[in-house]
Structure formats: C-alpha cells, structure tokens
Design a binder for this molecule. Structure first.
Ligand SMILES: [Zn+2]
Length: 492
C-alpha cells in the first residue's frame, strides 16, 4: 500500500487585520519529503496516523508531501495560499499511483479573498487523485465545515478534546484508513450545519455544555455501525459565507442512521445554546485587583480579547494599563508581540531606560498605544527549542525582556507561543513562578501553565478575540445566526 500524507494547519481570525504570511509558517517549520516523518514521529496528526497504521500491521510506503503549521492569525496571504496549493498539486502528481491520502488540516483557514482555503485544497487533491482514491481528512474541531470538505472526502474525523490531543486525532484518521483499505468499511457521512456561533469561554470539553455534547458523540460511537461522530464548534472569529457550527456522523454504510444521529447531535447543541453563551470573564480592574490580593501565585489572567492562540495579534495593552494605573505592586508577567517596539528597544540597547508607546498598533478598532517608561533588561535571539502544539521548535524573532513598574514583559517580533508556555520564559532566563500573576494570550489553552498556576481568571477584555461575539463586526456569516439574532431552529 502507498499512502500520501499532507499536513497544513492555520486558524484564521477575520477581526485581526494583520495577515499571516509564508514567513509565519516558516517560523514554525515547513517540511517536505521524508523529513516530515522524522520530525513528526510520535507527534501530532501525522505521527498519530502513522503509528495507528503501523499498529494495525498494514504494510505501507508513506509518501510525505508537505507539513507546515502557523500560529492562528489574520487571513493567510495569497502567496502562502498559492505556495501550499503548488506543493500539494506537484507532490501528488509526482507521487504516482497511491492507494489513499491522509490529509491533516485545521479546517478554519481563510485567505485574502478566499473563505474556504481547505475546501480548495481538498478539491485540488480530488482533481489529481480522481474520484476513487480514499481521502481521510482529520481536522481541528474548531473547523468550519463546508460542503466541499464533506462532498470531496471519504471520511472526516475531528479532535475529541479541548485542549486538543492532535496525536489522538491522527490515530483516529489512521484507524479509519486501515478499515477502508482492508475493504471492511464503506463510510457514509451525514452532516448538519447550525446557525450557531458562540464565544470560547465554554469551549473546554471537560466541563459544562461542551462536555455534554462531546459525551453524546462518544456514546453514539458505541453503536458498532458508527465509525466516528465529530462535533465542530467553529472558532468564533471566522467571518465566512459558510460559517457556523457543524456536526458530522460517519457510519459504516448506513446513511439513514448517520442522518438520524446527525439530527440528534445538532438538536442537543442547539438546546444548550444559552449555556454555551454563559460568560465567566470579569472586568479588567476587578481581575487585576483579585490577582494582586491572592494569597499565592501564579494567578493566570486570561486576556480573552487578545487570544493569540485564537488568531489575534498579541499586542493588547489593556491589562498592562490597568496594572500601572491601579498602582499594583505584585510582580506581573506580560507578553507583547510588536515588531516596531522590538526595533526601538533593540536600538536603545540592554540596560537603557526608554519611554515609548507600547502595544495596540495592530487593531486601532480595539486598542490605542500606551506610553510607558521602563528598562531593557535583555535582548535575545528568539529561536526557541520548546515544543508547542505540533511543532518541536519555533522562531519568535528578536526578543526583548523589558521591565516597567512591577511588570516584566517578553516583547517579541513574532507570535511564537505568546507567553502561554512557561518553558519559553525559562528559555530567556525568567522563572514564571517568581511572579504573582501572568497574563496569558489564550482563553482555553491553560494546560502549559497548569502545573504552576494557583487559579485562572478570565478577563473581559475587548479585542479581535473578545467574548462579546455579538459586538464583533460580522459581514459574511449567514444570517440569522445565534446569538446575533434569535432563529427558532438550528436550521435557520
Ligand atoms: Zn482548535
């Protein structure tokens, strides 16, 4: 058996005007050919898929085409989109006869002028491979499922947890491939699109309504005819023509069953729509005072409006402003991604005291720069050998450690891990446990800080990732859409 594999991941945020470039992919590594198997061994969607196929004892020659991942961000540039289309087209044409394609994508990537980047990539794969070669697609469950994705693939599997276990998803894809290639199963997919987009405060699958919905999927899978049930609560910053949550049921040839279960899954999610909109975030000043008063740290302050892992630019200064204005004394750790600030501070040099406008440059709709005075503690190269998500290392560009009042800032040119991973601070000689509070640029991925965090406070900050989804400047998602309107059914 010869199986080709392709892995491309980026999640687009339409309210962050800064585009994601090919350089942003290169910062996390773009791999081709056999190097993919070496880099991804035992890791991520690719590693999980390869391991599952091997565990099943299937003799396989892998044809690795391309593997690339970029941090979530603004829409990808035309250059980046065309680059990957060229890699896919050329790679598959050169692969010769193959028996299947393992396609690992994110599912919520948009490009300049193109809403459904992955749909177009899948169409390209199908055009090269013809109608009969099985394509198994593995996706992040924050994907936006589109008609092209469903109609042009053989089966789709998605993450089962948030935070994500990408290796597990790869294994699901590998198992599905094995069952198809051994001739045992013939996947029948049914899907439902919901008129639903909610903020991410209830996105953890370990609790609340999201747990109930994902638990239902696992229960459905206990039926021997059901191969996989994937729920797709689309990430809430994708403003595209086919936007909205979805659910996909894959059965072994039983279309009627798939249709029935897909309805049931959509019904359950819809019935919990008010619970999905429950907000835990507290006002900025309250959050900062609470962290300051906490007996022990590290108190994680989740900057929900500037969630870099949700595709924002990482230059919000709202929590910094509150800490300085309120005269907070406890030491605080805050990341900032802003190339022009890095340039200014590097020019000033290590040890220099500098007064400058900080943050807020990328999204004038949400932020304004804040003038502060502080000292440049350290200037460093930002190539960091710390694993984050599917990538073993990354380059966050030149990085400056800057101190202003009680705040220590890690200011970098590129997003990197956006201060969400303690080992990245340690790479620059900073021990996060020495701080009372740490601002995280994520609203869901607290798993890296969990071993040292005393509590997590969600901060109700505005920004391209804000929890106030109704207040975002939507223009393309279908209407009516809950919660912007109140449609009477998920069907709209
Ligand atoms: Zn996700």
């Amino acid at each position: 058996m010869r199986i080709a594999t392709i892995h491309i991941g980026q999640e687009a945020n339409d309210f962050n005007p800064v585009p994601t470039t090919l350089g942003d992919f290169a910062a996390f590594g773009i791999y081709e050919g056999q190097e993919i198997l070496e880099r991804m061994r035992g890791k991520g969607q690719v590693g999980g898929c390869v391991d599952a196929v091997a565990a099943a004892g299937l003799e396989v020659e892998w044809i690795p085409v391309v593997s690339a991942w970029a941090m979530a961000g603004g829409r990808i540039t035309t250059e980046a989109r065309l680059f990957f289309e060229e890699k896919i087209g050329t790679g598959l044409r050169r692969a010769g006869r193959i028996d299947a394609l393992a396609l690992h994508l994110h599912g919520a990537c948009a490009a300049e002028g193109v809403d459904d980047v992955e749909g177009a990539q899948i169409a390209l794969c199908r055009a090269v491979l013809g109608p009969d070669v099985p394509i198994v697609l593995s996706l992040d469950h924050h994907a936006n499922i589109t008609r092209q994705m469903v109609e042009l693939t053989t089966a789709i599997v998605g993450h089962r947890t948030q935070p994500h276990d990408t290796y597990d998803t790869g294994r699901l894809a590998g198992d599905m491939l094995v069952r198809i290639l051994r001739g045992g199963v013939r996947p029948a997919m049914a899907w439902r699109k919901l008129r639903l987009v909610t903020h991410q405060e209830q996105f953890l699958t370990s609790q609340g309504p999201m747990k109930a919905w994902f638990d239902q999927a696992r229960t459905m899978e206990t039926n021997n005819s059901v191969l996989h049930v994937g729920n797709y609560p689309m990430q809430p910053w994708l403003d595209v023509a086919e936007g909205g949550w979805a659910t996909i049921v894959v059965t072994d040839g039983d279309r009627a069953l798939a249709e029935r279960l897909a309805d049931r899954s959509a019904d359950l999610a819809w019935s919990m729509r008010v619970e999905f909109m429950k907000k835990d975030a507290v006002a900025i000043d309250d959050a900062v005072r609470r962290a300051d008063a906490a007996r022990t740290g590290v108190v994680v302050l989740s900057d929900t409006g500037d969630t870099v892992f949700g595709g924002t630019a990482g230059d919000s200064n709202l929590i910094l402003e509150a800490i300085l204005r309120l005269g907070i004394k406890s030491p605080a750790l805050i990341p900032l991604i802003e190339p022009k600030t890095v340039a200014t501070l590097v020019a000033a040099g290590e040890g220099a005291e500098v007064t400058l406008p900080l943050g807020g440059g990328s999204s004038p709709k949400f932020f304004t720069p804040l003038t502060v005075t502080g000292r440049v503690r350290k200037i460093a190269d930002g190539r960091v050998k710390v694993a984050v998500f599917q990538q073993p290392e990354f380059d966050q560009g030149q990085t400056v450690i800057f101190e202003t009042g009680p705040v220590t800032m890690m200011i970098s040119e590129r997003t990197g891990a956006a201060g969400n991973v303690p080992d990245v601070y340690r790479w620059f000689g900073i021990e996060p446990q020495d701080f009372k509070m740490a601002v995280l640029k994520t609203a869901s991925n607290f798993q890296f800080f969990k071993p040292i965090a005393s509590e997590v406070i969600r901060v109700d900050t505005r920004g391209p990732g804000q929890s106030d989804v109704v207040g975002l400047p939507w223009s393309r998602v279908p209407r009516p859409m809950y919660p912007m309107e109140a449609p009477t059914s998920w069907r709209g």
